[in-house]
Design a protein around this ligand. Structure first.
Ligand SMILES: NC(=O)C1=CN([C@@H]2O[C@H](COP(=O)(O)OP(=O)(O)OC[C@H]3O[C@@H](n4cnc5c(N)ncnc54)[C@H](OP(=O)(O)O)[C@@H]3O)[C@@H](O)[C@H]2O)[C@@H](O)CC1
Ligand SMILES: [K+]
Length: 481
């Protein structure tokens, strides 16, 4: 698993490390890493390093110091370096002196137009860990001119380091070089970070437990349930699916099919479109009502069931059986509108909620806002449930505070019925006995892989995602991170 630490925790770890490290050593280590990545970027874009031109955009703090020292190292590799100082009086003194000594030139934003226009790479050292709010107007004006690839030092300036939120002008980087630890921005807003490089500055011993986690392929592979020699169809867990209606039969088919595709156990369907489900997926044991469905090890309830009285009874029945329940789509709206349905649940029965933003607002009374991790964590505590908050970077929070952030693989999942497929996969993983938080994270990862595989660069559909589940599992099982 990839660990991610908030800026508060990175800062205090850095303070402890700084206390036992010679002055300036950490910054030079960080800056050297920036210069190596910058040289690679230059070579990729121009075919050479010597004789290319780098522009540093330098703010008031140590992030600017990193950029200035990186400029010093790039000078030594034959790169022409120009530093645009946004706050000349506050520019890191040692870094600036080193750059000048090495032959770097210095500009103000007003005099820099020409060097920016002819840059081969621009290094964003405006602001790092201490960033607040969007780019200020002077920095925003500089980046408006930029057409060269941008390397962000630590993080793209203008993006909130702890939430990844963007609320105005912000740097959109080709690549980001960060130090010591991944920060939330790197997993919550990969679109603005581009390709990310982590430079080791010796911080790992000081960091403690991570605040967020991201699954690697190896984690997904290790968690994905596979039949063992002693298994039969029951021992792998039976998934119950209560989905669909005469208006939305497709929701039943997609949800049940995703459970079939995800694991080798058995899938039971209970609902008004049993015949439709059976005709598409003969391996599903389908019946008309949840009350005569037989034993299951987990329920998925909600896709396409509507929010009427009968649907409420179905949800209450599932919640009362003492097995994990994934409440999706209409089941979330039902909980939001008629919270007494949760009385049917023993507080120890695992519950998993899978809202998109609109459903989240219905459920909690407020939209997730900029701090999606905080919002999901709070909702998870309040409902004593795992909350999977859908988004470009889906966030999965457990009631005990653990948070996973899913790695996006394009926007292919934004298609009708895609959520039904995810719910079916989660149900199958719950039935296999996986921890609900991990089940949600692993399902979200494979769902994203399936979307990418199904799309292959052109739009796909929920049926396409469904068909790609086996290849997505294969991909996760054969890849390292
Ligand atoms: N500590 C270490 O060991 C190491 C640290 N390292 C590096 O230090 C970086 C952290 O440096 P830092 O703490 O000096 O602050 P930094 O992020 O440069 O901000 C400077 C000032 O900018 C301002 N500002 C705020 N928001 C703004 C905005 N939106 N747009 C424009 N300006 C804005 C605000 O000042 P204000 O103008 O509000 O007074 C703020 O104080 C870290 O990211 C890493 O790169 C590495 O070298 C490894 C070793
Ligand atoms: K930056």
């Amino acid at each position: 698993m990839r660990g991610v630490w908030t800026t508060e925790h990175v800062r205090s770890a850095e303070e402890r490390l700084l206390a036992v490290t010679p002055e300036g050593a950490l910054m030079r280590r960080a800056a050297y890493g920036v210069s190596v990545r910058a040289a690679k970027l230059l070579a990729e874009h121009t075919g050479r390093v010597v004789g290319t031109r780098a522009v540093l955009v330098v703010g008031a703090g140590n992030n600017g110091g990193d950029a200035l020292w990186a400029g010093y190292f790039l000078r030594r590799r034959g790169v022409a370096v120009a530093a645009v100082l946004l706050r000349p009086e506050k520019a890191h003194p040692a870094g600036l002196a080193a750059l000048r000594r090495a032959g770097g030139r210095v500009y103000s934003p007003e005099t820099a137009a020409e060097v920016i226009d002819s840059a081969d790479v621009v290094i964003d050292g405006v602001v790092g860990l201490s960033a607040r709010g969007p780019l200020r107007p002077d920095a925003a004006a500089v980046f408006e001119r930029v057409t060269a690839p941008v390397l962000a030092v630590d993080l793209p300036s203008g993006v909130d380091p702890d939430t990844g939120a963007v609320d105005g002008p912000a740097v959109r980087a080709t690549c980001t070089v960060t130090f010591g630890a991944y920060k939330p921005v790197h997993v919550l807003n990969p679109q603005h970070c581009g390709d990310i490089t982590l430079v080791d500055i010796g911080l790992s011993g000081e960091l403690g437990e991570p605040d967020l986690l991201q699954l690697d392929a190896a984690d997904v592979a290790a968690a994905w349930p596979l039949p063992k020699p002693e298994d039969n169809k029951y021992t792998q867990g039976v998934t119950g699916v209560a989905a669909g209606s005469s208006t939305y039969p497709g929701a039943a088919v997609l949800t049940a099919a995703a459970a079939v595709r995800a694991t080798a156990g058995m899938v039971r369907y209970a609902g008004p479109v049993a015949d439709v489900v059976r005709s598409h997926w003969p391996e599903v044991v389908a019946t008309g009502s949840i009350f005569d469905a037989g034993r299951v090890q987990a329920w998925v309830v909600g896709p396409g069931i509507g929010t009427g009285r009968q649907s409420k009874e179905v949800l209450a029945e599932a919640l009362g059986q003492g097995v994990p329940v994934c409440a999706d789509a209409d089941a979330i709206t039902l909980i939001a509108e008629q919270p007494d349905v949760l009385d049917a649940r023993d507080p120890d029965t695992p519950l998993l909620l899978t809202p998109h933003d609109g459903e989240f607002e219905r459920l909690t009374g407020s939209a997730p806002g900029a701090d999606r991790v905080g919002a999901a964590r709070e909702a998870a505590r309040r409902f004593r449930a795992v909350v999977l908050l859908k988004g470009h970077c889906t966030v999965i929070a457990a009631p005990d505070g653990r948070v996973l952030v899913n790695r996006p693989r394009g926007s292919w999942l934004a298609t009708a019925g895609s959520g039904d497929v995810l719910a079916g996969m989660i149900g199958a993983l719950l039935a296999s006995g996986l921890d609900p938080w991990l089940a949600a994270g692993v399902a979200a990862d494979v769902h994203a892989r399936a979307g990418q595989i199904a799309a292959g660069g052109v739009p796909t559909s929920a049926s396409g995602i469904l068909a790609a589940i086996p290849d997505a599992v294969r991909q996760a099982r054969s890849l390292t991170p």
